[in-house]
Ligand binder design. Structure first.
Ligand SMILES: Cc1cc2nc3c(=O)[nH]c(=O)nc-3n(C[C@H](O)[C@H](O)[C@H](O)COP(=O)(O)OP(=O)(O)OC[C@H]3O[C@@H](n4cnc5c(N)ncnc54)[C@H](O)[C@@H]3O)c2cc1C
Length: 246
């Protein structure tokens, strides 16, 4: 899958040098990998979106009636991309919520650790670094909890014990949100079953930033009748009508 040189096997000594503290485990290095600032990526993707909270969606002659803060409007084609709130507008959406919390801490620039993943992950960000994230199936609260901060510290301690110990008592920031997952862990991208003109891009789980650009093109192609970048067998895997999703 990967071109020569994009993945390198590191023995424990090399992995220790790469991590910044001693580990007795081997690792994989991706020299060209980047960590993203999601806010800046979203600003580049969605330059000036026009946003309004949609309260209801009803089939009507000639399309779908969307009711929001202003006059209802009718559209022939609608694409649902409302994350963990998908069921609000599509009650049968086969979405399973999984709460996740990341933790972050301020750090002076030279001390910002390099990105690493081990099941948990650690990523540099402006003015500090973040680490996480928790997975709590069926939970939908978005409050920050000390319990989840502790779970993230416990995970960090598996790969970076000295760094985790140095954070004892530190003031942690964080953010909690709800991931939208499906039973077969694959996204929902394409036509909503038995709802002509209604499409969905959702169920992106923990991989929205990775999957959304390609799947967005796929859903746009389905909605406009254009050619999709996805081959037929892959399109079938993410088809919202597949039985394994629910
Ligand atoms: C802790 C945590 C860590 C994560 N880490 C990563 C990671 O490292 N890499 C990665 O790729 N992904 C990660 N994810 C997953 C990623 O955030 C999601 O996959 C992605 O945000 C899903 O995108 P989305 O557009 O489907 O939904 P969202 O990003 O939730 O966007 C849905 C949008 O719809 C809007 N909306 C909802 N209802 C309505 C309505 N009725 N009317 C109008 N607008 C509405 C919401 O306000 C929101 O703006 C993480 C998630 C969590 C919780």
């Amino acid at each position: 899958l990967f071109p020569e040189g994009t993945l390198r096997l590191l023995d424990p000594a090399a992995a220790s040098a790469r991590l910044g503290e001693v580990t007795d485990r081997a690792g994989l290095d991706q020299p060209g990998a980047l960590s993203l600032d999601p806010r800046r990526v979203l600003q580049a993707w969605c330059r000036a979106p026009s946003a309004a909270r949609i309260q209801s969606l009803e089939p009507t002659d000639g399309g779908w009636r969307l009711s929001g803060p202003s006059e209802p409007q009718i559209f022939r084609t609608v694409i649902l991309a409302t994350g963990a709130d998908l069921r609000h507008l599509w009650p049968a959406a086969p979405i399973l919520p999984v709460r996740g919390q990341v933790s972050w801490v301020a750090a002076p620039d030279p001390e910002t650790p390099r990105a690493a993943g081990w099941g948990g992950y650690l990523a540099p960000m402006a003015g500090g670094f973040l680490f996480g994230a928790t997975f709590r199936r069926g939970e939908v609260s978005t409050d920050l909890t000390d319990e989840d901060h502790q779970a993230n510290l416990d995970s960090l301690a598996k790969a970076r014990p000295a760094l985790a110990a140095s954070l004892a008592g530190a003031a942690l920031g964080g953010r909690a949100r709800v991931r939208a997952t499906t039973r077969d862990h694959l996204p929902l991208a394409g036509a909503v079953p038995e709802a002509p003109g209604l499409f969905v891009l959702g169920g992106l789980g923990s991989r929205g930033l990775t999957w959304a650009p390609l799947l967005g093109e796929h859903v746009a192609a389905r909605a406009t009748g254009g050619p999709s970048p996805l081959p037929g067998d892959l399109a079938a895997l993410v088809d919202p009508a597949r039985r394994s999703a629910a």
